[in-house]
Design a protein around this ligand. Structure first.
Ligand code: UTP
Length: 288
């Protein structure tokens, strides 16, 4: 079967972000900045770099700052222009008209449910899913690396990362099959396995390329781990009927849904910047 090109990406941003309260009471977690760009901007840039043409945001109540971020800010822009300030800094926030769609997840019932809410916009095409709070630093970007591999394998592809044995109960975990360089055949998937029962220490992290059939699997799916409708459970049911691979990404992943990971991401990015890098390096070195 010919491999269908990947044009669409789903950004589930309907979660509550409880690990970051009170910061995320009124501010969407995905708008937290790494230095001077919100997490969602990095995820959208990564998708654009990978050739994605349509961005689909699955939002919820209190998430309108994300819509505003990717819109025109008349007052700000008019005032800046009147003061002779360059608007170039806002270029990345301008998405092509018609290249962005929003759908509302009325209740945060889990990642699988959020993805399912995008089914009509996704239609009968493969699609990517990007979790903006999984901040991926790499060149080329994580999704671009996955698309390159997908163009060879087709089917479903997830981003895989080795985690410490004691952390396996926090992730979706892969039962690995044959390995070929960075690619691992996925033989099974289990969400947050209980300590001592994990099939490996190869975890699924927040980038996916999925075939549209997953939407039909998600339809009517029961809640799984944590009482949420889990994407992992739906993906597990696709194994065997379609090719399924994990790609170990060449780069670094920061869990920005977690406070320590978020601070680490900020320091890592700040240190690479010409403008603030020297000052941050001096500050950090003085405290170690
Ligand atoms: P997380 O589980 O990391 O996000 O989901 P959360 O539930 O918002 O965070 P905590 O655990 O309470 O701190 C990963 C991604 O999936 C989205 C989140 O917005 C996040 O980007 N998500 C999660 C949804 O869109 N809907 C859901 O029902 C759950």
């Amino acid at each position: 079967m010919p491999i269908k090109p990947l044009r669409k990406a789903v950004f589930p941003v309907g979660g509550l972000g409880t690990r970051f309260l009170p910061a995320t009471k009124a501010l969407p977690k995905e708008m937290l900045p790494v230095v001077d760009r919100p997490l969602i901007q990095y995820a959208v840039d990564e998708a654009l770099e990978a050739g994605i043409e349509q961005m689909i945001f699955v939002t919820g109540r209190g998430k309108s700052a994300i819509e505003d971020h990717f819109d025109i800010a008349y007052e700000l822009e008019t005032t800046m222009a009147a003061r002779g300030k360059s608007l170039e800094i806002l270029d990345a926030t301008r998405l092509k008209p018609g290249a962005v769609a929003y759908v509302r997840q009325q209740e945060p019932m889990g990642l699988g449910h959020a993805v399912w809410c995008a089914r009509d916009i996704v239609g009968d095409e493969p699609f990517a899913v990007l979790l903006a709070d999984d901040f991926m630093l790499g060149a080329p970007g994580c999704l671009k690396q996955m698309v390159k591999a997908y163009n060879q394998t087709g089917g479903n592809m997830i981003c895989a990362m080795e985690v410490a044995e004691e952390a396996t109960d926090k992730y979706g975990i892969i039962t690995p099959g044959a390995r070929d360089g960075a690619l691992t055949e996925v033989k099974g998937l289990v969400e947050k396995p209980k300590r001592g029962t994990s099939p490996s220490n190869l975890a699924v992290i927040g980038r996916y390329i999925l075939q549209p059939e997953v939407m039909r699997v998600l339809e009517g799916q029961e809640a799984g781990a944590g009482g949420e409708i889990q994407l992992t459970d739906a993906m597990a049911r696709m194994i065997g009927s379609q090719p399924f691979h994990g790609l170990t990404f060449d780069g670094v992943r920061y869990d920005c849904g977690d406070k320590a990971g978020f601070i680490q991401a900020n320091i890592a990015v700040a240190l690479t910047r010409d403008d603030i890098g020297p000052a941050v390096r001096e500050f950090v070195a003085g405290r170690c």
